[in-house]
Ligand binder design. Structure first.
Ligand SMILES: [Zn+2]
Length: 133
């Protein structure tokens, strides 16, 4: 999470202060909003594990509305869309996650898997043609 005033990275683990360590801006509202967004995201993760994709998506959307620059939120949005068969939107979400965090594990793994699936499909096509001849 970054300070909107000066751009310094805020790490809640480093101190319990609700002000930016660099410019001393009051970040308490932002931190509260971020915490709420994370709570919705965690609800979404729990719902995904129980197969409740529609409610998971609603919760994750709420998280994204509150705080849109968290790569994990976008990564989960992508996963939810893929689970519901919407791969075009899933790819858009994963790309957004990777834009925010190029090391995002969920999004990069998903994109790699998707790419290898598409390659496999492409590679197996000539064999299928041979069989039908
Ligand atoms: Zn600052």
């Amino acid at each position: 999470m970054k300070c909107p005033v000066c751009g310094a990275v805020y790490r809640s683990a480093m101190s319990s202060a609700l002000t930016c360590r660099r410019c001393k801006a009051d970040l308490s509202d932002l931190i509260r909003l971020h915490d709420q967004a994370v709570w919705y995201h965690r609800q979404a993760l729990y719902l995904v594990q129980h197969g409740n994709y529609a409610e998971a998506e609603a919760n994750n959307k709420q998280a994204l509305t509150m705080y849109s620059s968290n790569a994990d939120f976008h990564a989960l949005a992508g996963k939810l869309r893929a689970l519901q068969g919407n791969f075009a939107d899933a790819i858009a979400s994963w790309q957004q996650a990777l834009q925010l965090d190029s090391q995002n594990a969920i999004a990069s793994t998903a994109m790699q898997m998707l790419n290898s699936c598409l390659n496999d499909q492409y590679l197996t096509e000539p064999d299928q043609q041979k069989k039908s001849e």
